[in-house]
Design a protein around this ligand. Structure first.
Ligand code: CA
Length: 233
């Protein structure tokens, strides 16, 4: 899995040559191994060949566009993806997150902000990253291992994306309490995240598909109409 060290491999997919050059230059200076692609189809091939630790993916690409690349990668890869877009509208952001991007940044963006987000994302996907609580957490048939960021349900390993894991851990640590979408955004995404409350809904939906017997009639992670969400535990 990824390590947030100088050896992390980052695949950068961007068709604007000047921006691609700038991104690659800055990432290399930070110590990352950088692989670049200017087309979506090349990105898909390289992602499978190189198995990068993180992908920075432009939305508008020739060949296969960024949304499609993201969707195709998500079928069989858990690699963290940061999407770049010139559009920046809430709808695009949510759609990007909906199809499996882990984070979203609108052009024009500051290089320092992008680098900070890359670091944060790698840290979250790295077992040995920021000091995790040591004990195993459990709730019903769910068992969470915060150190390894792994989840088992009835003994079977389930794969969660980084934010899905964060969200589940938050709920497991705070059962039987109603949280508004805004509170959940603050607690799980942090105050610097500028996505909207729909981001929470999207992740709740994904999580339900993995932890509920019937995701359409959730008994565990419940919607409290007009208030937010409650985890029964
Ligand atoms: Ca582009």
């Amino acid at each position: 899995m990824a390590t947030a060290t100088a050896q992390s491999r980052v695949l950068v997919v961007e068709d604007e040559e000047t921006l691609l050059f700038t991104l690659a230059h800055n990432l290399k200076r930070e110590g990352y191994a950088v692989i670049t692609a200017t087309r979506g189809d090349d990105a898909l091939r390289l992602a499978r060949e190189v198995q990068p630790d993180l992908i920075v993916l432009d939305l508008m690409l020739p060949g296969v566009d960024g949304m499609q690349v993201c969707r195709l990668l998500r079928r069989d890869m858990q690699v963290p993806i940061i999407m770049l877009t010139a559009l920046g509208g809430e709808g695009d952001r949510v759609r990007g997150l909906d199809i499996g991007a882990d984070d979203y940044i609108a052009k024009p963006f500051g290089m320092r902000e992008l680098l900070a987000r890359i670091r944060a994302l790698l840290r979250r996907t790295t077992a040995g990253g920021a000091a995790p609580p040591a004990a195993t957490l459990s709730s019903g048939d769910l068992a969470l291992d915060p150190a390894r960021r792994e989840v088992r349900r009835a003994g079977k390993f389930i794969r969660l994306k980084p934010k899905e894991y964060d969200l589940l851990q938050f709920f497991v640590q705070h059962p039987a309490r109603v949280f508004s979408r805004e509170q959940i955004l603050d607690e799980v995404w942090g105050l610097d995240f500028y996505g909207g409350p729909r981001t929470v809904d999207v992740h709740v939906r994904w999580l339900r598909q993995k932890i509920e017997d019937d995701p359409a009639a959730p008994e565990r992670l419940r919607t409290i109409r007009g208030s937010g969400y409650l985890f029964e535990g």
